[in-house]
Write a protein that binds this ligand. Structure first.
Ligand code: NDP
Ligand code: MG
Length: 368
């Protein structure tokens, strides 16, 4: 029996990579739903490969409701969520509600509402399989080694394009230079997040939620080549790492075939001949977004949701040329200085806090 797959964010970087993996394994998969937001031509192109799939363009009037209804009715075995930003939360929930497994690239789903989402997934017996490369690595390492003797999780980070710049130089950087990532080719929002290390901040929160680990047991190490995707350290000090070429088709493939392991369909094996691995500590002064994420995680409640919303608003303003690069952290810090300690009660209050945090960030941006 072919797995019925829904692809959300089909026109994006993750969506296209997912469709590559699915096409390479077409004897195992049937695409039943393809969703995009604005890229009509891209959606039509994806749909041409899968004529039986329903297509939804969610920027049209009533598009969001159409998207959620299509997910609910898709009878997908697995839904890959490659939507960018907070807009991915409700589609994740709709997929879980439908009983589909969720191959989750949209880390915002877990940062905003992780405990609620995982509780629902447990009730619906819907597996949540991480696609983010670090979390995919840890998921596989934990599946292999168990959690009984697990001591800590070590997330690797490329350090982004500004790893070697001074703070003064970082003040001046343009959106163009922030969009030029040294190792990964991704959508604009996550690329800026990699440059500020907000991406690693979001991933620390994502890891805490997925693997039920306290903040002090989640470490970050810079590994500029992006070959080691993450590591776990056991109580006896043994370290286990997962390595491969930096290619998102690999973690996507692991998620789509999970719990089976398949031949990587020619996405390339790691070649040791010209391999160098470097490591360094993240500079918390140059990358305050990382420290702010740890703080938001420790504070709990709606702080992680506010962190995400403030950062999204700040990144959009930076890309519009309205704020400087270092203002992203200043805006986020300002928003987090408010009280977000209310407990995560339901999705409606998460969405409300998301909107409030964005509005606060916008006030700060307008005053600059
Ligand atoms: P892209 O910007 O490349 O793609 C985003 C996709 O989401 C597009 O298909 C877009 O549609 C769709 N979309 C945008 N807004 C909405 C909305 N409001 N409702 C429904 N669909 C929407 O992003 P990426 O593929 O880079 O990232 C997607 C997610 O995966 C993010 O959460 C990111 O953090 C995560 N991720 C990405 C990685 C990567 O390598 N790219 C690695 C690890 C995680 P359209 O183009 O039609 O407007
Ligand atoms: Mg990642």
């Amino acid at each position: 029996m072919k797995k019925r797959v829904a692809v959300l964010g089909a026109t994006g970087s993750i969506g296209k990579s997912a469709l590559d993996v699915i096409l390479a394994g077409r004897e195992h998969f049937e695409v039943v739903l393809l969703c995009a937001h604005t890229d009509r031509a891209g959606l039509a192109q994806a749909g041409a490969q899968w004529p039986k799939a329903q297509t939804v363009l969610s920027s049209e009037p009533g598009g969001k409701e159409a998207l959620l209804a299509a997910i609910a009715n898709a009878r997908a075995d697995i839904t890959i969520n490659g939507i960018s930003g907070a807009s991915g939360l409700e589609p994740s929930i709709a997929a879980i509600e439908s009983g589909s497994a969720l191959a989750l690239a949209n880390k915002e789903t877990l940062v905003m509402a992780g405990p609620l989402v995982l509780k629902l997934a447990a009730e619906k017996k819907a597996p949540v399989i991480p696609v983010d490369s670090e979390h995919s690595a840890i998921f596989q390492l934990i599946n292999a080694h168990g959690t009984e003797s697990l001591d800590e999780i070590i997330l690797t980070a490329s350090g982004g394009p500004f790893r070697n710049l001074s703070l003064d130089e970082m003040r001046q950087v343009s959106p163009e230079s922030a969009l030029a990532h040294p190792t990964w080719n991704m959508g604009p929002k996550i690329t800026i997040d990699s440059a500020s290390m907000a991406n690693k901040g979001l991933e620390v929160i994502e890891a805490a939620c997925l693997f039920n680990m306290p903040p002090e047991k989640i470490k970050v190490v810079i590994q500029p080549q992006s070959i080691i995707h993450s590591m776990i350290r056991m109580k006896d000090g043994a370290l286990y790492a997962q390595l491969s070429r930096p290619d998102m088709r690999l973690p996507i493939s692991s998620a789509l075939y999970w719990p089976e392991i398949t031949h990587s369909a020619g996405f390339g094996r790691l070649d040791f001949d010209s391999l160098t691995l470097e490591f360094s500590r993240p500079d918390m002064e140059k990358f305050p977004m990382l420290g702010l994420a740890y703080q938001a995680l420790k504070n709990g409640g709606l702080y992680p949701c506010a962190y995400n919303a403030a950062n999204e608003a700040a990144v959009a303003a930076f890309l519009r040329g309205q704020t400087g690069f270092l203002d992203i952290a200043a805006i986020t810090e300002y928003v987090l200085s408010r009280d977000w300690s209310a407990a995560l009660s339901d999705i409606a209050s998460v969405l409300e806090s998301d909107a409030q945090a964005r509005a606060l960030a916008e006030t700060f941006i307008r005053q600059e």
